[in-house]
Design a protein around this ligand. Structure first.
Ligand code: ADP
Ligand code: MG
Ligand code: ZN
Length: 474
């Protein structure tokens, strides 16, 4: 039997206004090569200057994962030649990164947790982009010099599922502390996956394969699964040593397989050396004090919700996993509704109506509106069933909750006078059954409730109906 061993390297694009070593804007969708200057174009004589915001955000991250923060860290040059890097080297932190030895907890559905250690997080500069158009290739350097935080885990994950839980928690953390928008489609949260297998019980690490640039959780999961299968097959066929070599592979989404891209460079190939153009990065006392005051983290928020609202741990996990959902929930509560109802409508009813990967943030029904719908159930204006119709309607139409209730004619009748009139009719039309009920056939009560509800076209408040019937039948 085999054990799967996974370590992840995640590149998070930090959401600073300007680049890592120059004052060019980091915003994109600009004309190609317009957000550039002598520094990020690596023109001779231009010197880099560290953006202090980047350092501050790195310290915030280190605090969030309970890591050692190196108050003095250094930059190094990693040499490689590729058209999207005009300097032919990348400035990174090899020997002394700003953040070391942290960890985070992943949460399983059964409520158990596992600690994943994070070896380091270091600051580095992003490259530009090569754009291939038919026979022509172009280089756009707008992204060159954008600040990245590379977060390197220990090889602590034992399945594709654990890898995805780790990535989701990491994604959640960087969004909570607002150091990155972490948009996977736009490439501001990119992941390289290192995978190996070993016989169960074996302590040593076997040859790892690195799978690069997979841009969705679903594809990462799939890439790991097919790569593990390839390695196990090779082992069982007795060709592990020939087939499984340390290399970089690509995941082919169409063929659902990984393919060799290039042999793995050894550190020596990069000719690392200390960056001579930059001073050491020093976290001042003032910066340290400020950056270590981070906002509430997902795990803390989860614990608080469990305690404050007596919520199930699992519900709290669902609500706190993404910052948007947590904010949506808190905004719903501002309508003065119960947390229990808010949870149900936010985690069951709303997702059932969100199509095509739409998140709560893009949902046409905002938190205040959904909160108001729930409020109208709680104040007996509408039934729970009617509320679902109201929500359906508001997913398609721009209207207030109360207008939607009017338009759909869903207002509950709680006015006892109106209900009494209906009940009187029902009882008069069913004199025989009334007699049977009074002589002890209690079960008939349900029949009268049903008839009354039907006669009111479902608009009568069931509780009021019950009370009126009890009184009239006694
Ligand atoms: P590099 O920078 O050359 O990619 P690192 O030593 O920084 O190498 O490791 C990169 C990642 O690979 C880390 O996340 C680490 O946990 C993971 N890793 C190392 N060895 C293994 C292995 N045998 N199996 C799976 N992952 C591994
Ligand atoms: Mg690597
Ligand atoms: Zn620049």
């Amino acid at each position: 039997m085999f054990e799967v061993v996974i370590g992840l390297e995640v590149h998070v694009q930090l959401n600073t206004n300007t680049k890592l070593f120059c004052s060019c804007p980091t915003s994109f969708n600009h004309t190609q090569n317009s957000n550039t200057c002598p520094t990020c174009l690596a023109l001779p004589g231009a010197l880099p200057v560290l953006n202090q915001e980047v350092l501050r955000k790195a310290v915030m991250f280190g605090t969030a994962i309970d890591a050692t923060i190196n108050r003095t860290s250094y930059f190094d040059r990693k040499s490689y030649f590729y058209p999207d890097s005009p300097s032919a080297y990348q400035i990174t932190q090899l020997y002394t990164p700003v953040v070391e030895h942290g960890h985070l907890e992943i949460d399983f559905e059964d409520g158990s947790h596992k600690r994943i250690r994070i070896n380091r997080a270091h600051i580095e500069a992003d490259a530009g982009k090569n754009i291939h158009e038919g026979a022509i290739s172009k280089v756009d350097l707008n992204r060159a010099g954008t600040p990245l935080l590379e977060i390197v885990s220990e090889p602590d994950m034992r399945s594709a599922e654990e890898a995805i839980l780790y990535l989701k928690k990491l994604h959640s953390i960087v969004r909570y502390i607002d150091i990155s928008d972490a948009n996977m489609q736009e490439g501001s949260f990119r992941c390289d996956v290192n995978v190996s297998i070993r016989p169960k019980g074996d302590e040593k690490l076997y040859t790892r394969v690195e799978i690069k640039n997979i841009n969705s959780f679903r594809f990462i999961q799939k890439a790991i699964e097919v790569e593990v299968e390839r390695q196990i097959d090779a082992w069982e066929d007795g060709i592990y040593d020939e087939e499984i070599v340390q290399e970089t592979r690509l995941f082919d989404q169409v063929k659902q397989e990984t393919r060799s891209m290039r042999g793995k460079e050894e550190a020596a190939d990069y000719r690392y050396f200390p960056e001579p153009d930059l001073l050491k990065a020093v976290v001042s006392d003032a910066m340290y004090t400020e950056a270590t005051q981070i906002p509430e983290l997902p795990d803390e928020k989860r614990a608080r919700l469990v305690k404050e609202y007596d919520m199930r741990e699992y519900d709290a996990s669902v609500i706190t996993a993404e910052l948007e959902t947590a904010h949506y929930f808190e905004a719903m509560l501002e309508e003065g509704i119960s947390a229990k109802n808010a949870v149900t409508w936010l985690t069951v009813e709303l997702p059932a109506r969100l199509k095509g990967g739409m998140g709560v943030a893009e949902c046409p029904v905002n938190a205040k509106t959904l909160g108001t719908i729930v409020k109208r159930i709680e104040d007996d204006t509408i039934s729970g069933k009617a509320a679902k119709e109201v929500l359906d309607y508001l997913m398609e139409h721009d209207a207030t909750v109360d207008d939607a209730i009017d338009t759909l004619g869903l207002k509950q009748v709680s006015d006892t006078g109106a209900i009494e009139a209906i009940v009187d009719e029902i009882l008069a039309a069913n004199a025989e059954k009334v007699a049977e009920y009074r002589s002890g056939k209690d079960k008939l009560f349900g029949f009268f409730v049903g008839q009354t509800m039907k006669a009111s076209k479902g608009s009568a408040n069931p509780q009021a109906v019950n009370e009126v019937l009890k009184q009239k039948l006694s």
